[in-house]
Design a protein around this ligand. Structure first.
Ligand code: UTP
Length: 297
């Protein structure tokens, strides 16, 4: 049986240039969908999957992220004295137990692989999850929980997989499929951002991973080898050449690319429509906008 996954790395050291000027002073992960920052969705998903240790790989200017997980005694006292128990409860979800959360600095944005490698000493010799908070997944059963359940049966390495239009291959790591078992896909290779005609399948990797500690060793090799960005995909692909298993997992749910403006706006509308107190107003507004748009055509 596979070793339990209790640690997760959250790489949040990127510059977030697609959201400038906002990200000049606000970390991308603190930007909110309705009323919760992206990072809260990621943390909730990790908790549901049984994660107990949360490792953030951060960079300069991400102080707001650390503050977000701290207790806020003045605010809490104020809410208590006003009897706002529901809001107090909401705040509780943002608190982390002492020692459950760790921050590591990535001093230079050398790529996702390098960010994960920065956390190697905190991972040690255990399997671990990686969650990219700008991939937000709406799902009945949280995506990482689905993956952990599958991983408990398979072991090895696992990446979240999603079908994409062939023309979008050049934006993703794409899977070369060996054995398609439906939900689970055994893979024989991975190609980072191929041209449409070079994509080995239409299955793309998105921001959820369960990895063996050996991937950190592979990253070590890559780190000492190449210049430029250090790709996590390359370190996972190296697992295959060493005879270790890598699976794609077709999760159930809808993924929003909140690292892009369009994806972020789509997520805002979807999460807004999912809220009882907002649905009717928002829906009526969207209908109005569509009518005006149609009339203008
Ligand atoms: P992105 O490719 O979205 O880059 O990184 P970015 O810097 O966040 O955003 P743009 O493209 O400039 O707008 C994907 C994930 O990997 C992390 C990011 O924080 C994000 O969660 N990352 C990327 C790092 O932690 N370090 C890096 O060197 C690169």
């Amino acid at each position: 049986m596979a070793k339990k996954v209790t640690k997760a790395i959250f790489p949040v050291a990127g510059l977030g240039t697609r959201f400038l000027p906002a990200t000049k002073s606000v970390p991308k992960e603190i930007m909110t969908l309705v009323d919760r920052p992206l990072i809260q969705y990621a943390i909730d998903e990790a908790r549901a999957a049984g994660i107990k240790e949360f490792i953030f790989v951060t960079s300069r200017g991400k102080g707001a992220l650390e503050d977000y997980f701290d207790h806020a005694p003045v605010l809490e006292q104020e809410l208590r004295s006003k009897g706002k128990t529901e809001l107090l409860e909401t705040l509780k979800n943002t608190n982390m137990d002492s020692g459950a959360i760790a921050y590591i600095r990535q001093h230079k944005a050398l790529g996702l692989g390098h960010a994960v490698w920065c956390a190697r000493r905190l991972i040690g010799n255990e399997p671990f999850a990686v969650i990219l908070p700008d991939d937000v997944i709406a799902a009945e059963k949280p995506c990482l929980q689905q993956m952990v359940e599958a991983y408990n049966e398979t072991g090895g390495n696992m990446v979240a997989a999603m079908e994409v239009h062939p023309e979008r291959s050049s934006s993703y790591g794409m899977l070369d499929v060996d054995d398609d078992q439906g939900e689970l896909v055994k893979i024989r290779g991975m190609v980072e951002k191929p041209k449409t005609e070079d994509a080995p399948s239409n299955l793309a990797v998105i921001g959820r991973y369960i990895l063996s500690p050996n991937v950190l060793k592979n990253l070590n090799q890559l780190k000492s080898g190449s210049g430029g960005e250090i790709q996590l995909t390359d370190a996972i692909a190296a697992e295959l050449t060493q005879g270790h298993d890598v699976y794609g997992y077709r999760f159930k749910g809808q993924r929003f690319d909140c690292g892009s403006k369009s994806g972020f706006l789509q997520a805002t509308v979807s999460f807004g429509l999912a809220r009882d107190e907002l649905r009717d107003d928002l829906y009526a507004y969207l209908q109005d906008v569509m009518m005006i748009d149609k009339a203008a055509q």
